[in-house]
Design a protein around this ligand. Structure first.
Ligand code: PPS
Length: 288
């Protein structure tokens, strides 16, 4: 089907639009609002986690029973980018404020107003690329028969490390966001930091969003957004129309890659991806 491509004889599902420079002209039609919140990531880096944290911050610690897909619009699926075939477009212009959106676009494809009066907020979440690859592998494997990835982890990892996915090379995605980390409308988070100190990071996110919360509410949110607590509401985090499996909450750990990577593959990731971070000040915890 149109959502698939062959790579080294392995079927690769392109369930999201491949990054295309044509998007840029469509993006200018999108009107940002000051109270828009974008959660931006390279896929499998902690999007859902931060979506849930932000939602609870806006709702004073109340846990929603709605699916995360109903609470957030995926920006790529908006009416700006007509998709061939199956998926209906999301009408963003008619959505009430504040609009909660998730997006996997690189920095240059995110709509950003030059005008402070309607400049949205962007929370970028990054995760070490080895764990991202493992998480992504499980994700693509769990698609229905139509989009099934039929390769091994090794196949997938090679496709990932060569930047063949829908969102390009991991380091090309992360670094431009990292460079803008001090812009007042951008907050740069790391998955591994959230894992290590969720309370501190929930407070950071709430301050960034100008939502002042009591220490109790921050502590409550930090507790409710642990992997185990979110897992209790798995149904809220399953992707509809793909499978009923809770694909968005799998293992939730730092360092699971060690169960999948050969020494050689790890070296390849270091040479092609991790080396690109040198001199940028950005580093990751790869777990033990
Ligand atoms: S997606 O499809 O891009 O939106 O996926 P995304 O949500 O970015 O990434 C999914 C991974 O994030 C893990 N996750 C969490 N880890 C720790 N704590 C919490 N609360 C949490 N919520 C989601 C999820 O388990 C996926 O990682 P893996 O390694 O596959 O478990």
């Amino acid at each position: 089907g149109p959502r698939q491509a062959l790579l080294c004889g392995v079927r690769v599902p392109f369930y999201a639009p491949v990054i295309d420079t044509d998007f840029e002209k469509d993006l200018s039609r999108f009107e940002t609002r000051e109270d828009d919140v974008f959660i931006v990531t390279y896929p499998k880096s902690g999007t859902t986690w931060v979506q849930e944290i932000v939602w609870q911050i806006y709702h004073n610690g109340k846990v929603s029973r709605k699916n995360i897909e109903e609470r957030y619009a995926q920006f790529e699926k908006s009416q700006l980018f007509p998709r061939p075939g199956d998926e209906p477009a999301v009408a963003l212009s008619s959505r009430p404020s504040p609009r909660f959106m998730k997006c996997h676009f690189p920095y240059h494809l995110l709509p950003m107003s030059q005008n402070e009066a309607n400049r949205s907020k962007y929370i970028y979440v990054a995760r070490n690329p080895k764990d991202v690859a493992v998480s992504y592998f499980h994700f693509v494997r769990s698609f229905g028969p139509d989009g099934d990835f039929n390769g091994t982890f090794e196949n997938f990892a090679n496709f990932f490390v060569n930047g063949k996915g829908s969102y390009g090379l991991w380091s090309d995605h992360v670094l431009p966001w990292w460079k803008r980390r001090n812009d007042p409308h951008i907050l740069f988070l790391k998955y591994e930091d959230l894992k290590k100190d969720l309370y501190f990071n929930v407070r950071r996110v709430s301050e960034f969003l100008n939502k002042s919360l009591s220490e109790d509410v921050i502590a409550k949110i930090a507790h409710q957004c642990t992997f185990g607590e979110m897992k209790k509401n798995s149904d809220n985090f399953s992707v509809k129309d793909i499978d009923s499996k809770p694909l968005l909450l799998r293992k939730g750990q730092i360092g699971d890659w060690r169960n999948y990577f050969s020494a050689e593959l790890s070296k390849k990731f270091d040479e092609i991806l991790v080396s690109k971070l040198e001199g940028s000040g950005l580093s990751f915890d790869f777990g033990t």
